[in-house]
Design a protein. Structure first.
Lengths: 410, 231, 408
């Protein structure tokens, strides 16, 4: 049997090259299909990573702890005490790589010329660094140095709109828990640039301690954010945080904090598979066609083999092997081509022409395609599995030819 | 003016390492209205000569004149035009377009010649009647016998009223009766229309009809004799 | 029917299964593309409409630079009068003036910094959907009444309802301190959280009084009758602006993200379509090449009979044309049926609501039914298949009759 299979494999391989033009065209089609599958996946993955990455940097973190009413009503009233020892115990151990307790309140920032509504963040810069939520780039001055820093850091766009600049004073105004105006004059110590302009307009950074003092909330904070540096793994550790936080606090993973991002991840995985299957279906028409032709041309030959005593199972195997050779060749070349074309692009593709449109979708202007072995495997699996299914019909027909009629065919 | 005049035709082929002589200094003169057979074993050069006369293969050297056309000097397009209008071809069996009916096979050539539709149909039916296929105009080649298929091929060849018909093994794949009928048709066309026939064959049944018999071996004409047709 | 066409047609059906598989690939691809492109174009239209109808309008007159900086002093003088004047411009459907300023809005329990917009009570409904999206209460009525309409989330955050008062604190155009108390008369819910969290509208004259704006406003918003006519309308409006500091801007400039989002979405969609089209073309190429190669003998005979290779190439071209036309016809028919069905009953992808609302789309989509949406994709497939016939047809020119006739 092994010997027979060996012979059949040789036959299948040689037959593949009898009509080399047809084989090459089909090979080109499979290669293109596989390449497109992987390329599209890499693009989608890059896009999703970009959107989710930006989203998580804004959230920030993959898990957040809040007062149960805070998300609906982000007021200073809905605050919580500084994290308990039990909670910090969890947050200080793996897989959590960084966490930060922050004050986050709606506020008004006024310069001599103008006022704007913003979200005021009272933070500890060291903790924020571990969380990965520092502004993209400081273009003037410096960032906050410690939780006690008395300065304020504004976004470049906000600074322009307020007509203020580094070293000038601005007034921060918010409400304290009793709805009295809480305000404080502060000096602009830094200007930051963010990936998205909307971010620059929205967030104002100040030291945690001065803000707690301004609002008169002692050591209380608005939110605790934590990260483990792998957004897909969040479901594994957020229940521990939830348990440690107790019943009085709301603990949510990013997929629920920002349901757009959560949906996006699902949509990306779904879309990648759908795209692969659709591309394959179009390919399948050609594949089945090629095999049917290959069988049709060789009806006499197959009849002869049957007459010589070759078992139908071996004929089936021969046609299937021919298909597998074709598919595997296409897969190898397609995967290689994808590797060669995508790898150089991983350093980023400039899409600044449509930057604002991408911002609408939460993306940065540079797209970083991500070649993932899982996508290559998925494409390979889809093509091979469905390819075999599609080949069964022609192979079955070949195996069940009547030798007498087949031999008599002109 | 003679129907065919050729002078010192030479043609060699390459088959692998070997160089095969197809035609070796062949000269030939055929008058209008002749009924001529080229005979010889396979590889003797008869088909090569026939192809050269029809402009299907260009000789390495030598001159060919068919009617008023210098075949060896014409461009491909002009050759096609000559074949279309001045020369009729009949090949071995199975050379009809399988998806066209008998009438359509004949009409197809006329359409290319630019004959109007109504005229095409009239001519096709008339010519099919002449070759004895009345009532079978709408049959596809697969529905006709080998002899009938060849008669359609003859009809196709003569519908443009060529002065010359070249036939290459026309009776191959035919049974004796069909072969005899086909040859009878050739003879009748030669007699009634004055069409010159050059037939390459190694079928002795065919040679019997010829008034002139040329024997070839290894690309050389070894005998060229007038003979009395036996039918 | 001409014999060449008849011949081409019959040749196609020599290998019934092969032809149907090739045409099937086209049909599959066409139906898919008709459906996707219709949904796409439908959603683009909705995206544009929903985004622009909310507040932006199709074009705006602004002070130069206001778009980028949104500074209070970048005003449009005599805004209401300008709006009135522009109402006569051909092509414009409705025009309304607005002014906006930043203010700290306080209720008894909460304070938020918000953008207050002064609108022309009688005209705002023509350029914005807000007045029609009242959840409770009523819209503004009197030009000088101290009334405010706010978004539902803002109302919730401020913990106010219809009938409650909110205090607005800000600064006037002259730098003076601006303060006023307004009664909440209506609460708007657009369903888009960002908007519902920030919208606060008051009557324009009252606004001008509170913020010491005189007769100035910040923008004059207009809607056009026909989206295609925006460019012309912008030119006509610009001609009527005597003040060199004023500019007329179209929606594309006002919301640059919108068209770019569409462009980038189109690009990625066309990558997918392009892949499918090329694959279908390969399939057609393979079929035609096979059909040419297996007829080598037949073509040889035809060449020997004196038919030029050009005529044979035309035959092969016609065969491809028929196949492409079959794919186009059946694909468009089926695709149109699918699109028509969803056009009537809407198309809903469960779990996509979040994605949709991010782009101001409802969760049920209605595909666009138009010649473009239906024929765009299939037309490209058609061309691709015809292009694929070139290689097999060219091979005919290399055919030598004698050798071809010897082929099996």
């Amino acid at each position: 049997m092994a010997l027979a299979l060996n012979t059949v494999a040789t036959l299948a391989w040689r037959n593949l090259w009898r009509n080399y033009r047809r084989t090459l065209i089909m090979l080109a089609a499979i290669t293109l299909g596989v390449w497109a599958m992987i390329f599209m996946s890499a693009m989608m993955r890059g896009m999703t990573d970009s959107v989710i990455g930006n989203g998580l940097a804004l959230l920030p973190g993959e898990v957040q702890v809040h007062h149960p009413d805070f998300r609906r009503d982000p007021s200073v009233v809905n605050r919580m005490p500084a994290p308990s020892e039990e909670l910090t115990g969890i947050l200080d151990s793996p897989p959590v790589t960084g966490w930060s307790a922050r004050v986050r309140v709606p506020a008004v920032v006024s310069s001599e010329r103008d006022s704007r509504g913003v979200v005021l963040l009272g933070i500890d810069p060291q903790r924020e660094a571990a969380l990965g939520s520092l502004p993209q780039e400081i273009i003037a001055g410096r960032f906050l140095e410690s939780a006690d820093d008395r300065g304020v850091v504004l976004g470049a766009s906000l600074a322009r709109r307020l007509e203020t600049e580094l070293g000038k004073r601005v007034v921060l105004m918010s409400q304290d828990p009793d709805n009295n105006v809480a305000d404080k004059g502060v000096r602009v110590v830094g200007i930051y640039r963010a990936r998205l302009q909307g971010t620059e307009d929205l967030f104002v950074y100040a030291g945690l301690t001065p803000m707690q003092a301004m609002l008169g909330i002692g050591n209380d904070v608005s939110e605790i954010a934590a990260t483990a540096d792998d957004y897909r793994a969040v479901s594994q550790w957020y229940p521990q945080v939830e348990a440690a936080a107790g019943d009085n606090l709301e603990v949510l993973p990013w997929t629920e904090l920002d349901s757009y991002l959560g949906t996006l991840l699902k949509v990306q995985d779904g879309f990648t598979l759908v795209f692969m299957v659709v591309v394959f279906l179009v390919l399948a028409f050609g594949l089945v066609n090629t095999l049917i032709m290959a069988v049709f041309e060789r009806v006499r030959e197959i009849g002869l083999m049957q007459a010589l005593g070759m078992k139908p199972a071996l004929i089936l195997a021969q046609i299937l092997l021919e298909s597998v050779f074709l598919l595997v060749l296409g897969l190898v070349v397609g995967n290689l081509l994808a590797w060669v074309t995508i790898k150089p692009m991983e350093s980023g593709i400039e899409l600044s022409g449509v930057a604002e449109g991408l911002e609408m979708a939460g993306m940065s202007a540079t797209l970083y395609p991500t070649l993932d072995v899982r996508d290559m495997l998925m494409a390979t699996l889809v093509v091979l599995a469905l390819g075999l299914v599609a080949s069964i019909l022609p192979a079955w027909r070949a195996a069940n030819l009547d030798p007498i009629t087949a031999l008599a065919k002109n | 003016m003679s129907a065919i005049h050729c002078q010192a035709l030479c043609k060699t082929f390459r088959q692998g390492e070997e160089v095969i002589t197809g035609l070796n200094n062949v000269s030939l003169q055929v008058e209008k209205g002749e009924f001529l057979c080229l005979s010889g074993p396979s590889g003797s050069g008869k088909t090569t000569l026939l192809n050269a006369l029809g402009g299907l293969a260009t000789p390495d050297s030598g001159e060919i004149t068919v009617g008023e056309h210098r075949i060896d000097q014409l461009s491909k397009g002009a050759l096609a035009e000559v074949r279309l209008r001045n020369i009729g071809f009949v090949f071995q069996a199975y050379n009809l377009v399988p998806v066209l009916s008998a009438r359509e096979n004949v009409e197809f050539v006329m359409q290319v010649q630019g004959v109007a539709a109504a005229e095409r149909r009239r001519l096709a039916d008339a010519i099919l009647e002449e070759v004895g296929l009345t009532g079978m105009e709408d049959r596809l080649p697969a529905e006709l016998s080998g002899g009938q298929q060849q008669r359609v091929a003859v009809a196709r060849a003569i519908v443009s009223k060529p002065e010359l018909v070249l036939a290459d093994e026309p009776t191959a794949n035919l049974d004796s009766k069909s072969a005899a009928e086909l040859m009878g048709l050739f003879v009748a066309l030669n007699r009634d229309r004055g069409i010159t026939f050059v037939i390459a064959t190694h079928d002795s049944r065919v040679m019997a009809y010829a008034r002139r018999l040329i024997k070839m071996v290894d690309g050389v004409v070894v005998s060229d004799e007038q003979q009395a047709p036996q039918f | 029917m001409n014999i060449t066409w008849r011949l081409a047609w019959r040749n196609l059906w020599r290998h019934r299964r092969r032809t149907w598989l090739t045409v099937g690939a086209m049909i599959f691809c066409n139906v898919l593309m008709v459906f996707l492109i219709s949904i796409q174009l439908g959603s683009y239209t909705m995206m544009i409409d929903n985004t622009l109808n909310a507040a932006t309008g199709h074009l705006q007159v602004q002070h130069r630079g206001y778009l980028d900086d949104q500074k209070m002093r970048q005003t449009v003088p005599a805004a209401a009068a300008l709006a009135e004047r522009l109402r006569g411009t051909p092509g414009l459907q409705s025009v309304a003036a607005r002014a906006s300023a930043f203010a700290l809005a306080s209720s008894e329990e909460r304070s938020f910094g918000i953008q207050v917009t002064g609108v022309q009570v009688d005209f705002e409904a023509g350029v914005s959907t807000f007045p029609g999206l009242l959840q409770r209460g009523r819209y503004l009525r009197e030009p000088l009444a101290d009334e405010v309409v706010i978004g539902s989330v803002l109302a919730e955050n401020l913990k106010v309802d219809v009938g409650d008062e909110i205090t607005l604190l800000g600064s006037g155009l002259d730098g003076s301190f601006a303060a006023a108390i307004a009664n909440v008369v209506g609460i708007v819910e657009t369903g888009i959280e960002q908007v519902d969290r920030s919208v606060a509208q008051v009557a324009l004259p009252w606004f001008q009084q509170v913020f010491a704006m005189g007769d100035h406003g910040h923008v004059v918003v207009a809607r056009v009758n026909d989206l295609e006519g925006v460019a012309d309308a912008v030119v006509r409006v610009q001609q009527q602006l005597s003040d060199p500091d004023l500019v007329a801007l179209d929606w594309d400039t006002l919301q640059p993200g919108l068209r770019q989002a569409i462009t980038s979405d189109m690009a990625s969609a066309w990558f997918m379509y392009g892949t499918l089209i090329v694959l279908v073309a390969f399939s057609a190429l393979n079929t035609q090449l096979m059909s040419v190669l297996e007829r080598t003998r037949e073509f040889g005979v035809m060449l020997a009979l004196g038919l030029g290779p050009g005529r044979l190439a035309r035959l092969v071209g016609i065969e491809s044309l028929i196949m492409a036309a079959l794919g186009l016809g059946i694909g468009v028919l089926l695709g149109a049926l699918v699109v028509w069905y969803f056009h009537l009953f809407g198309f809903h992808l469960p779990g996509m609501e979040e994605m949709a609302s991010r782009f101001n789309l409802p969760d049920r989509m209605y595909p666009e039914v138009s010649l473009v949406s239906i024929f765009w994709g299939p037309g490209t497939v058609f061309l691709g298949v015809l292009l694929a016939a070139i290689y097999p047809a060219l091979r005919l020119y290399r055919l030598q009759p004698v050798e071809a006739m010897r082929a099996v």
